[in-house]
Design a protein around this ligand. Sequence first.
Ligand SMILES: [Cu+2]
Length: 589
Amino acid sequence: MSFRFLLRAGVTGGALALLVGGVSAMAGEYSLTVDPVQIDTGKFTRQGIGYNGASPGPVLKFKEGEDVVIRVKNNLSEQTSIHWHGLILPYDQDGVPGISYAGIAPGEIFTYRFPIVQNGTYWFHSHSRFQEPDGAFGAIVIEPKKREPFRYDREYVVQLTDAHPHAGSRIMRNLKMSADYYNRKRQTIFDFFSEAREKGLSAAFDNRMMWGDMRMMPNDIEDMQGFTPLINGWSSIQNWTGQFKPGERIRLRFINSSAMTYFDIRIPGLEMTVVQADGNNVQPVAVGEFRIAVAETYDVIVQPTEDRAYAVFAESMGRTAGVRGTLAPRDGMAAEIPELRKDPRLTMADMGMDHGNMSGMDHSNMSGMAQGKVSGMDHSKMSGMAQGNMPGMDHSKMSGMAQGNMPGMDHSRMAGAAKKADSFYAAGSGLLPSAANGKKFLSYGDLKAQKPLYVEREATREIELRLTGNMERYIWSINGVKYKDAEPLRLQYGERVRFKFVNETMMTHPMHLHGMWSILDNGNGKWNPVKHTISVAPGTTVYTETEVDAPGQWAFHCHLSYHADSGMFRKVVVEGGPNAAAASPATGG
Ligand SMILES: [Cu+2]
């Protein structure tokens, strides 16, 4: 068979596809099966869900500008779905059952068809109940049409997950039964006596009362513990390894596909240059460490020059677990596993108190505190505060505090106040991270778009989304309303909306809008970065803007699996625009 014949056969095949399926000759074709799989973390094994027989599934490699056809066969005995996280596509290809389509029934094949209009690092996952925490995720790498503004010699996907020995549905049942079911860090009676020795019995008692009133503890950072973090499906002992030749520039595509876990990432001995956030190029930032929220992606470039192994270390935000992978010149090398750092504690600031507005407070004493002179604090003024003598303060948020008296404040953690302020954490927050090597820790404020995606213009209106919850009953909601009881959020095609996220809970929520970009207002004007997932820390208000350029209906939710499932979720309906009739809300549930 001659080369010419092969070529012609190829063209004919393409033309035939065009005729039959309306697919261009450029189409990239992919097949995925959704399968029951065995997950082995080296610590435990369990039944889970994967793609093409494995969890994580394959890395899908798309090309910007191509039309893709992805055939998905459901080999499970239950319904499934695949959502293409961060991809801009027609709403009926977005893969959310009940919003985009009906889902994929057992034994059924569903064929996705959509154009690839972007490039960068993304991922895909099931949007059906707890299949994603059970292992149903994979990575997407989209090759750009044009040259990128940075160079590298090789690349690796680094997909982080938080495998748990319990199935997702069981975890949800347990959390509903007792919100602290998975919190092994709950303080004990021994902690109480050591605190009483340090601070006096009444202060220790007040502290307990205060947190107890809110059904919270200062170390409720992660509401699911006991997981084993994995890199590309490998635990620390299994040691995922990426090879390099000393001097090479390596692009690491970090993806956080965890159900519940934020990670702080560092590579001891290497500086990381952040070049992409959520698939979009950013102006390069050199950092010692960065935090990746659930569902975010960050691309960094590193250049190891020594002939040795380097640890890629991801430590959970609550410091309950970490995973080490290795970059090494040869296989079989392992870098040392760093020790977990001291766990952070929530402070008053993380409970919604705004220190910036506390005009009644003696700030000179505060700075004394930051320097470690805790005894210099004037407690008489503090209790005056709690009685409501503070004109600038938001009293609606004070209830828990006012009942507990200020001596309950965790003085040992006030050192955090000495760190450089970051407007994406409450002032005095216990969650504010710092890099293990003392160098720069990436902040949302550092992210600047390499090239703005949209013309900067005034938003047409502002929509307030208060992130709310009832910790005791493990209900998470938006504006106090669960998804089940909520009206869809209606947007008009062509408008630019400004979202105001007000986090009234003590947890950090990664908010994800499907189908349209979220422009994070971090004060960089036209260079504000363009993301698909926006993390909102406790006690903070974060603004994003969205150009409403995608007709149809979309999901908008917290990406922590058990928060989304228990109600921190909305349906967004975009009214008007092209194919308005086809995208009418009447077509979906
Ligand atoms: Cu949440």
